[in-house]
Design a protein around this ligand. Sequence first.
Ligand code: UDX
Length: 435
Amino acid sequence: MGYVGLCTAATFASCGIPTIGIDIDENRIQQIRKGQAPIHEPQLDLMLKKAVKRNLLDATTDVSRVTDTRSSFLTVGTPSQPDGSIDLTFVKKATEELGTALQNKEDYHLVVVKSTVIPGTTNNTVKPVLEQSTGKIVGPSLGLCANPEFLKEGTAISDALHPDKIVIGSNDKKSAAQLTRLYREFYRSRLPPVITTTPETAELVKYASNAFLATKVSFINTIANISQHIPGVDVNQVAEAIGRDPRIGPLFLKAGPGYGGSCFHKDLQALINHSQLQGYDPLLLKATEKTNEEQADRVVELAEKLAGPLDQKRIAILGLAFKKDTDDIREASSIRVIDRLSKKGARLVGYDPMAMPNFERIFGDMIELTKDPLGALRGADCAIVMTEWDELRKLKAKDYIAQMRQPILVDARRIYNAPEFKELKFAAIGLGSVA
Ligand code: UDX
């Protein structure tokens, strides 16, 4: 019942399909049973409440309840090991517990791997563990599919309700047919294209998708960094123009401080690691990651350019979450920027509408946190916008001028219209005219 599992369960149940959510975390299960979302995700709370009320969603720590169902989705996390490779501990453990519970089930049961796993995992890891723990052979009485999930935090529910495709990787027709039937029941006339592949192809689709999107972000950040050295150039206009070309497309061309979140870095590292183990060094993906890591230096450079040496300067960090409308700080670019600023001796003060409790828990000793953005700006020598929150967009030049010791602003998310900030010393990612 993590991000993917909970959103998948809630959307299935909301479409009338009886669903059981299983997790080892008793607190989480209790919350779900009450119809309360244990994670922050728009629409989820309401959807859970309705589904629980209509008895379409149940939640339990008792894995043997899988025998009440016809299909089970494995949605456990696949974190990184220190070398970047994927850690399959949770996948193996969940598969084993699931398999043990299925030992005595007589009817056909389908197991679906929804967790993001390196190509080969469904057949080489999940399948043997499942066969051993069930005492059955994958085939006529036990189905196995890989079925990656592409939902984004912040729009997870609408992504789950309106996907652009469904990818089903299977070794046999029977398992793919059962999963397709389930999705047909779920989406009805809105069933998106179903792409049927081998498990390995389905697994790679997920990595290729995230690798491409991350590369698109690093690409536009590269163009932004070039733009900054050419007076009169604005990367946003470059992005708008190139995005009109259908071969390029307009999405994921927003220059900024670098990508964050629980997936891009983790999945790229896992893919790079896997590829290298197979004897191929994926230079492009390594460059995507390096460009992203170094984008934090570009943000700090802009601050230094305007404010001079940062030692003992008070710097306000506006926005800590990895993107707006979430309290998630995993791999957030704010962490990389804060790390560099504190190494330079800056005194840091931060604000975020949602992510401060998470930030305080992990990085509380690196930064002072304030209740509102104006509090963070008070007495600051420089402010850096790190997340594109609507609340921050509303701030005007006069708000910065009124609060700051020196009105210096770095817009690392391009939320402001530069001409309106003429009275400040203002710089923005990808804007080739630093004041
Ligand atoms: C991502 C994928 O989009 C999703 O399909 C997959 O299932 C999980 O990983 P998510 O991590 O929720 O989803 O965030 P996403 O909206 O993709 O943004 C990732 C990062 O890229 C954020 O830090 C965002 O700010 C950054 N980004 C995105 C940019 O800097 N510029 C862009 O144009 C788009």
